[in-house]
Design a protein around this ligand. Structure first.
Ligand code: NDP
Length: 243
């Protein structure tokens, strides 16, 4: 465990990986800022030393306001996990462009907003960690994932560039690329056939046992390594996942 725990900011903490991450950090007493639109889901956790704010990560002003408010209480952000994301699977030939835009705005712009809000301070302090949640779909293609892949390849790319920009300042910039893990994520896809196909594939290969908590523990582990150790990119999947 890191001693003298500092402020941890987690986006998308109302479900899935982000919620599990909040619970894991709370076990070790980290002060936290939890962000998502469904603030009640985060407040229900009743975690100590934790501020919960209703923030849409695409709105940089409200995002930054919440971070500055938490920093005024707990000190500067030592870790931000840019985890908030949406996956709207679809056939590129027919998918509504509004769905493409939502993914670009949340998955790419939301991550860049989070990074920019903390980067200058981290550079000045020559310390800090940024962890972006990309996806295995950020390094390889999957059917019906065109726009989602575009957004997650974007996260992979921008994280690699930022790592180069931040490494001279001793700031870690990591990305985690999970495979399929059961959370609320798939439920937002509007094409029921695609949802059924995705679930059928997971069941058929048996890739159903990895949990959101496994991913959360892995993110926390990468943060708690010494500042000199950068676990740059982590690809984490169910052992049975075949692609
Ligand atoms: P969930 O759907 O369970 O969680 C997504 C979180 O993002 C929610 O807390 C949601 O909160 C938040 N969110 C969505 N849009 C916004 C927004 N505009 N502003 C603020 N928060 C937002 O999914 P996961 O936990 O599975 O996903 C977390 C991340 O992991 C995502 O980036 C996803 O792409 C990635 N990932 C997931 C995989 C999986 O198989 N589960 C695999 C690979 C990557 P709210 O709706 O309350 O705002």
């Amino acid at each position: 465990m890191k001693t003298n725990n500092k402020l941890v900011v987690i986006t998308g903490a109302s479900s899935g990986f982000g919620l599990e991450l909040a619970k894991e950090f709370a076990k070790d007493g980290y002060p936290m800022l939890l962000l998502a639109r469904r603030v009640e889901k985060m407040e229900e956790l009743e975690l100590p030393n934790t501020i919960c704010r209703k923030v849409d990560v695409t709105n940089k002003e409200e995002f930054e306001l919440a971070v500055r408010e938490a920093e005024a209480i707990y000190g500067k952000t030592d870790l931000i996990v840019n985890n908030a994301g949406v996956m709207l699977l679809g056939d590129l030939a027919t998918q509504d462009a509004k769905e493409w835009k939502t993914m670009m705005d949340v998955n790419v712009m939301g991550v860049m907003n989070g990074m920019q809000i903390v980067m200058t301070d981290m550079k000045e302090r020559r310390n800090g960690t940024i962890i972006n949640v990309s996806s295995i779909a950020g390094i390889q293609p999957f059917g019906n994932h065109a726009a989602y892949c575009a957004s997650k390849f974007g996260v992979t790319g921008l994280t690699r560039v930022a790592r180069g920009e931040m490494s001279p300042f001793n700031v870690r910039v990591l990305s985690i690329m999970p495979g399929a893990v059961s959370t609320e994520l798939l439920g937002h896809t509007t094409d029921k056939n695609i949802i059924d196909g995705y679930n059928a594939w997971k069941e058929s290969v048996g890739a159903v046992n990895i949990t959101a908590n496994d991913v959360a523990k892995t993110i926390k582990y990468s943060y708690e390594l010494p500042q000199a150790v950068s676990l740059r990119e982590i690809v984490i999947t169910d052992t049975m996942q075949d692609a």
